[in-house]
Design a protein. Structure first.
Lengths: 135, 135
DNA sequence: CGAGATTTGTGCGTATGTATT
DNA sequence: AAATACATACGCACAAATCTC
């Protein structure tokens, strides 16, 4: 198990295991993932490999690093309803680091960008907002 | 320049320089970024550090790795208009690796998730679709 | 309060494999 | 065939934040 190169990279295999534990609910929001050291021993890999596995989950918005504490399964906040102005164009993309700072969003969370017809731009963290299509 | 630890990490500083070159247009879509080896020499850092800098840009959806070729500034495809069914709930999030495979989206691109009132779920790469709010 | 253990953050070096040019 | 460039993996070290005692 977790047999090195090719096919699927070791760190992706480990990431898949952890992801599954999150999706099945064995690991719940707020729970800590195994530490990098633990994963290292558990799978017999280098720390960097263990870390990269966790990196994958962070990029997916499933987990957060907390230096000194560990890695925790992300809480999914309630989404409020976002109502754009009539005729606005709505897109989604990853934020710049500055935007992440401003909006206080963790990594792995896209932003919803709303461009009104007068050119006004609104930017909303996608983990806290949703749209309800009219009709 | 690029003075080691703390304040801002070296790889983030390098990422900031590259990001700026993309945003100012010095590097344009389709252009190749400096190779990891070049960055390594240019900034006097380890290859891993250079790579991490580029990783940051990829996570933001600004660049793509192409093994054997280099790292290129991502082309921004045209966005088609997505029209959800009436009453649908629209959210955005990062895709799982499986979804990325299915949808053939590069890293750093969110998906738009459309949940219709009957429970049907549609998933659309956010770099190829946009919404026009009615009214 | 402080000292130590734990855990992540960042950085260095090295090696080998695979894809493209 | 060879050079270039990314992909993955190993190792080590020290700093900073947090937790525990």
């Amino acid at each position: 198990m977790i047999n090195p190169p090719y096919g699927t990279a070791t760190h992706r295999q480990i990431a898949a295991v952890l992801r599954d534990e999150i999706h099945t609910g064995r690991l719940r929001p707020g729970d800590r993932l195994p530490s990098e050291t633990t994963l290292q021993q558990q799978y017999g890999v280098a720390r960097l490999t263990a870390r990269r596995a966790v990196d994958v989950l962070r990029a997916e918005g499933l987990a957060d690093y907390q230096r000194g504490r560990g890695v925790v399964v992300r809480e999914q906040p309630e989404r409020a309803e976002l109502v754009p102005p009539a005729g606005a164009t709505v897109t989604s993309r990853m934020p710049t680091p500055e935007e992440r700072d401003d909006l206080e969003t963790p990594e792995g969370v896209p932003v919803i960008s709303v461009v009104a017809m007068d050119g006004t731009i609104g930017t909303y963290p996608a983990d806290r907002w949703e749209l309800r299509w009219p009709g």
